[in-house]
Write a protein that binds this ligand. Structure first.
Ligand code: ADP
Length: 475
């Protein structure tokens, strides 16, 4: 932490008391520092203050809100290097990826600072001569969020920016593994002029308590969650009592498909980017590769060679592209899935070994079949299982054979096939000849049990607005 130049970014850190949360560096296991472990009463108080602050914020014009958000965007970009270092230290991803995430996270603030000014209502042709009909759009009120550790800044700004731009206040509970980035990002919002009570980070090791509190609170009108499908289900059930609006960005099981007419070199490049970003720990990471028979060997050879060149190490080291996994559980899961696949006949083409600490070698498995656990479950690690397929029909059947429907990817140069496959894939997002597709201008989200709602794009702000119908009578 000594290398962080702007010390104000660390102002939320606290002393090592009994109740504080220790944050460690997954690359070394060293403790980086401590943040408060907030009690239920403290979180309730943050929610109440957010409810008060929201009333004032909603009365500001969208343009006034936009000005503060743009200053926040600028401060994030001015502090990109420090924020990236904090992120790599607590999360483990390579520094270049952390820099990218800071820019990606900031881009939502810039985007929604603009979109906030365009939350238009409508005038509707009346069916009755003495009436006029219109709609206006208003902020839902207090929004709460629970976010994961894999994108410690972007998963907060992707929700906070549309909420604030719409006129909501926002309380977020980041994952206990990565609170430092969240606090640092939000500190810059205060420096940009955002009232403190309007945007609050709360941290606790009792995630279930925070979830129950948020979902049960009548002061909170909206909950936005990014994380596992299991926890998403719990939060949806808990939100039923107060009929809360929910947005859910849940698990994925992304297929990455290589057709016989694909540009294989481009597919290998896309596969590396899609699979190994953040050591495979993203919900849109390619989880399973389907490669058509006639190009299977060529793809596996080139892909394995590219994977063998990936450098494993501490994210701050030059040239590293594979950092550690977030914790021991993540590594155990990867090892269990590989062991079970190889017992059932899968072969290790490259990697497959423990690299010490929380590191695991980037791995390609061949002779994998669709029914193996490594294909059916979300791996969340640097393992690429490769499956053969014959024809488009059986491929689509396998690709859609999952409860998930977040991201999918395929490589083909045939325009007819491109449309047919893009339409047939039961996913919220499809990358065609591209392995990394997230951007603030496009709607991110899933179908089936991968979630509800969209983030980013013009749709992202709808999640934080209610439509009010106004009927003018006696005209
Ligand atoms: P992951 O496996 O990626 O950690 P989780 O869904 O467990 O995914 O975690 C995502 C976020 O959900 C984290 O902030 C975590 O603390 C929180 N969380 C975990 N369990 C619960 C729960 N029962 N209720 C509310 N939030 C939870």
């Amino acid at each position: 932490m000594e290398q962080i130049k702007n010390r104000s970014l660390l102002s939320a850190m606290c002393e090592n008391t009994n109740s504080a949360i220790a944050v460690d560096n997954p690359a070394t296991g060293d403790i980086l520092g401590y943040v408060p472990n907030h009690s239920k009463q403290e979180i309730e108080s943050a929610v109440s203050k957010a409810a008060e602050a929201q009333k004032v914020w909603a009365k500001q014009t969208a343009k006034q809100r936009s000005e503060i958000l743009l200053r926040w965007f600028n401060l994030l970009m001015e502090n990109q290097e420090d924020l990236a270092r904090i992120m790599t230290l607590e999360q483990g991803k390579p520094l270049a990826e952390s820099r990218g995430e800071v820019a990606y996270g900031a881009s939502f603030i810039q985007w929604f600072a603009e979109e906030g000014k365009r939350t238009y209502g409508e005038t509707i042709p009346t069916p009755m001569a003495d009436r006029r009909i219109m709609t206006i759009r208003q902020p839902v009120g207090v929004a709460a969020a629970i976010t994961p550790w894999n994108f410690p800044i972007a998963m907060i700004t992707r929700k906070a920016a549309p909420a604030l731009a719409a006129g909501c206040s926002f309380v977020a509970k980041p994952a206990a593994q990565t609170p430092l980035s969240a606090y640092a990002a939000v500190e810059l919002a205060y420096q940009a002029g955002l009232p403190r009570d309007l945007l609050t980070i709360v941290t606790t090791t009792d995630a279930a308590m925070a979830g129950e509190l948020f979902c049960g609170s009548e002061q909170i009108q909206k909950i936005s969650f990014t994380g596992s499908t299991n926890v998403g289900r719990i939060l949806m059930k808990q939100s039923a009592e107060s009929v809360k609006r929910v947005s859910m960005e849940l698990g994925g099981n992304a297929p990455f498909i290589v057709f016989d007419d694909a540009d294989i070199d481009a597919a290998v490049k896309g596969a590396i980017a899609s699979k190994f970003r953040n050591a495979g720990q993203t919900c849109v990471c390619a989880n399973r590769f389907y490669v058509q028979n006639s190009v299977y060997d060529e793809f596996v050879d080139k892909f394995s060679k590219a994977v063998s060149e990936l450098k494993i190490g501490h994210g701050l080291e030059e040239g590293v592209s594979i950092g550690p996994l977030i914790d021991d559980n993540a590594k155990n899961k990867v090892q269990r899935l590989i062991a079970s696949a190889t017992e059932q006949g899968a072969k290790v083409a490259v990697g497959g070994k423990d690299h010490g600490g929380r590191f695991f070698e980037p791995t390609v498995l061949t002779d994998v079949t669709h029914d193996m656990a490594i294909v059916q479950e979300e791996i969340f690690g640097p393992i690429a299982p490769v499956i053969r397929f014959n024809d488009d029909e059986s491929l689509i059947q396998m690709a859609n054979d999952t409860i998930y429907g977040l991201a999918s990817y395929f490589y083909s140069k045939n325009i007819n096939r491109i449309f047919a496959i893009a339409e047939a894939l039961d996913y919220g997002m499809v990358g065609v000849n591209e392995g990394v597709i997230s951007t603030e201008v496009a709607p991110f989200g899933g179908v089936k049990q991968s979630g509800i709602g969209r983030e980013g794009a013009k749709q992202g702000i709808d999640e934080y607005l209610n439509t009010k119908y106004i009927c003018l009578g006696g005209m």
